[in-house]
Design a protein around this ligand. Structure first.
Ligand SMILES: C[S@@+](CC[C@H](N)C(=O)[O-])C[C@H]1O[C@@H](n2cnc3c(N)ncnc32)[C@H](O)[C@@H]1O
Length: 285
């Protein structure tokens, strides 16, 4: 009979063999899922024997991962901003890079207890809007997505996090038809150039929604559309924060400036890549 440590080692080796970087952590997470154990238990009980039924469940999950299905789809969740978000193939898996946007917005707000109105365009799983509402106790917001299936997941996340009463989630084409002005507008739009999608890791190109990835020929299509709408969605002196892909901060900054926004700032992610463009709508104009 295999011990916990031996099983983790064997699965990690196979994951390693197909180029999965965090193979040991993922092997532990697969065992945690299969056995309904915590990671602490897996580490503490590394010399205990594992029941055959659990080994068989781990094998089934490992086979999916070896076929490069994302961990977030196998587990059904991903942690973001220390909150647990349900994830399916209908939404983009929340990325650690996007936490840069949450941090940047929170730092830019003078009063986190204000009753702010927040708009998230392309809300997906809800990770941006719901993390902000979690940090801003008196804020409320609206999340828009063109994908009805993504909105189902976002609503489940809003309920699970106890934020459904403060988050309106609705179908829409970016800002079309929205008549309100918001204190904060955030977006992480699709920004991968169309021809690059197939070159991405199979976890992304084969399992994530193209609607969440495809940014058109140069990756900037959605920014052109969004910056054309921001002028009537952000209140005077309100804040806009856009996540951008590698190498896009300059072009997106120019689009925002051309839309009449000022106080431009760029924030880097943990890898030092310019990841978020911030700007304010002037008080006049
Ligand atoms: C890159 S994902 C971001 C999801 C989530 N905000 C996040 O940061 O993980 C972009 C999202 O924009 C949505 N989207 C694409 N085109 C849209 C449109 N025309 N109007 C509204 N949402 C759109 C996609 O369905 C997807 O959920």
């Amino acid at each position: 009979m295999l011990t916990v440590g031996e099983l983790v080692q064997a699965v990690a080796q196979r994951l390693d063999g197909v180029g999965i970087a965090e193979s040991r952590l993922e092997a532990r997470l697969l065992l945690a899922e299969a056995a309904d154990w915590t990671l602490e238990k897996i580490i503490a009980e590394r010399d205990s024997a594992v029941e055959a039924g659990i080994v068989a469940r781990v094998e089934r999950l490992a086979a999916r991962r070896l076929a490069r299905e994302p961990m977030s789809h196998i587990l059904g969740w991903r942690e973001f901003w220390s909150l647990r978000f349900r994830v399916t193939s209908d939404v983009l898996t929340p990325r650690p890079d996007s936490e840069t946007l949450i941090e940047a917005v929170l730092r830019a707000l003078p009063d986190r207890d204000a009753p702010l109105r927040v708009l998230d365009l392309g809300v997906g799983s809800g990770c941006l809007l719901l993390s902000l509402l979690h940090e801003l106790p008196r804020a409320s917001g609206m999340g828009v997505d063109r994908s009805a299936r993504a909105l189902v997941v976002a609503r489940q996340n809003a309920r699970a996090l106890g934020l459904a009463g403060r988050a309106e989630l609705r179908a829409g084409d970016w800002g079309e038809g929205i008549e309100e002005v918001f204190d904060v507008v955030v977006s992480n739009p699709p920004y991968v150039p169309s021809d690059d999608i197939e070159t991405l890791d199979p976890e992304v190109s084969e399992h994530e929604p193209w609607l969440a990835l495809d940014g058109g020929a140069d990756g900037l299509d959605c920014y052109r559309r969004l910056t054309g709408e921001l002028g009537y969605l952000v209140r005077p002196s309100g804040l806009v924060a856009l996540e951008v892909g590698k190498g896009q901060a300059g072009a997106v900054g120019r689009l925002i400036r051309a839309a009449g926004f000022t106080d431009l700032a760029v924030r880097d992610d943990l890898a030092g890549i310019p990841r978020v463009v911030l700007a304010r709508r002037p008080i006049t104009g």
